[in-house]
Design a protein around this ligand. Structure first.
Ligand code: ADP
Length: 211
């Protein structure tokens, strides 16, 4: 379900079904002086969006769900897996200087730090790198594991998590990004990245592709 805003004809159909349902497509068309074929796309949209339900040989009836209810239903269907981006990971022994170059090259605001076994050990934000850079000349000799936020203090999520829960976590923890992880025997493998940008895109996608 995506389209929330209805056009005038869809509103008219909704009113007719509210008052007369269950009612066949044929009868709705008659009331509007239109053909059944003309109405078909509107009925399909109203059914897909969850405003109407259709039963064979009975007709259309109103589900009684408000736009707000339908909107919250579709928000609760959004999963991390459908909105995540590719993660950018660096090794814990990389220098702060190289990490800064990586952040620019990869055009991300958060780097995830892994060990030799490719398991998550830390997170580096823009400010972590800025803080270290102020007034220092030895950025080539400081490895990122010295300055990163480390396990077990990393906030993580899984592919199956609900996007809305992750949005709340970003707010509560006051962070910009979370690694999407898969549990392994000795730790966590980083399989994705969820950032405020992903959440913003998901928010816009609620309007559907045509908007
Ligand atoms: P910035 O520091 O650039 O504003 P953030 O708000 O994301 O970016 O980071 C704030 C602090 O929280 C940083 O010290 C960073 O290392 C840490 N941090 C960022 N993401 C996470 C996370 N997923 N789990 C734990 N700590 C994090």
């Amino acid at each position: 379900m995506s389209t929330i805003e209805l056009n005038k004809r869809q509103e008219q159909i909704l009113e007719i079904v509210k008052e007369n349902g269950p009612i066949t497509g044929e009868h709705i068309a008659e009331k509007l002086n239109l053909t059944r074929a003309t109405l078909r796309p509107d009925l399909a949209i109203l059914t897909m969006a969850g405003f109407l339900d259709a039963r064979p040989r009975v007709g259309y009836f109103y589900t009684g769900k408000s736009s707000t209810e339908l909107l919250s239903e579709s928000i609760k269907k959004m999963k991390v897996a459908d909105y995540q981006s590719i993660p950018v990971v660096v090794n814990e022994n990389m220098s702060v200087y190289d990490a800064i170059c990586n952040m620019f090259l990869e055009d991300v605001g958060t780097l995830f730090v892994v060990n030799e076994s490719s398991l998550l050990v830390g997170v580096l934000s823009r400010k972590d790198l800025l803080r270290t850079s102020i007034g220092r000349q030895d950025l080539n000799t400081i490895p990122v594991h010295i300055i990163m936020t480390r396990m077990p203090n990393i906030t993580m999520c899984a592919k199956e998590d609900l996007l809305i829960d992750i949005a709340k976590l970003l707010i509560d923890k006051q962070i910009d990004a979370l690694p999407v992880v898969k549990e392994e025997e000795n730790g966590y493998e980083v399989v994705g990245r969820i950032t405020k940008t992903n959440i913003t895109k998901a928010f816009v996608s609620l309007l559907g592709n045509d908007n």
